[in-house]
Design a protein. Structure first.
Length: 209
């Protein structure tokens, strides 16, 4: 029996606002190779990856990379704008989660401290039980230790938890430690998964608000 839902954030509960955000940022700053080249380098940077487990400072990383890509932009200014302008909430899914028959709902997300704090404020939904950000646990998905530390903190057996993520390797990692897991590709297909696990009624339709 599933009593607890573990939801990824980026790619599930929220999405990036492309291409509007990219166009606006490139209009306002001179980029050496364009914003997306910077983003790709940022997400692949070993020090940035270390920020996700709380072992490095994201502002120091972005300052270092922006000095080459867009010298007029500081790490702090970039982070403020990224958080304010490049997130679109998945309102339909958020409404659906509030209607599920489940005892607990946690966010299970890879985040560094600045973005993690923003995510907590943004997703302070009435149905939310708590947040497990990777930087707080000291490990990031798909490291099995991320899931093990989450389970230790809650005291829940893996068999009672359903983890949802948009990235298949992370779904596979969750299954590897005994969690039930669903690969998110759309709201409708995820709702079908919720029904399969008995968390939503068979007649429930997606919220169109």
């Amino acid at each position: 029996m599933i009593t607890t839902l573990l939801l990824d954030v980026d790619g599930v509960l929220q999405f990036p606002r492309r291409p509007e955000f990219v166009d606006a940022l490139e209009r306002d700053h001179a980029w050496r190779d364009g914003y997306l080249a910077f983003q790709a380098e940022l997400f692949a940077d070993p020090e940035y990856l270390a920020t996700l487990s709380g072992r490095a400072d994201v502002l120091a990383v972005t300052d270092r990379l922006l000095a080459r890509h867009a010298p007029s932009l500081t790490g702090r200014a970039f982070m403020d704008r990224w958080l304010a302008e490049d997130i679109v909430l998945n309102g339909e899914l958020i409404a659906q989660v509030g209607e599920l028959t489940v005892e607990r709902v946690y966010l299970a997300t890879n985040q560094e401290p600045i973005r993690g704090a923003h995510v907590e404020r943004l997703h302070a939904h009435p149905w939310l039980t708590g947040v497990f950000a990777s930087w707080q646990l000291g490990r990031a998905k798909p490291d099995p230790a991320y899931f093990e530390r989450l389970l230790d903190a809650t005291g829940l057996p893996a068999a009672e938890c359903l983890f949802v993520d948009d990235k298949e390797p992370l779904v596979a990692a969750a299954r590897g430690v005994g969690l039930h897991a669903a690969h998110y590709t759309s709201n409708d297909l995820l709702l079908a998964e919720f029904r399969r696990y008995g968390l939503a009624s068979a007649g429930e339709a997606p919220d169109q608000r």
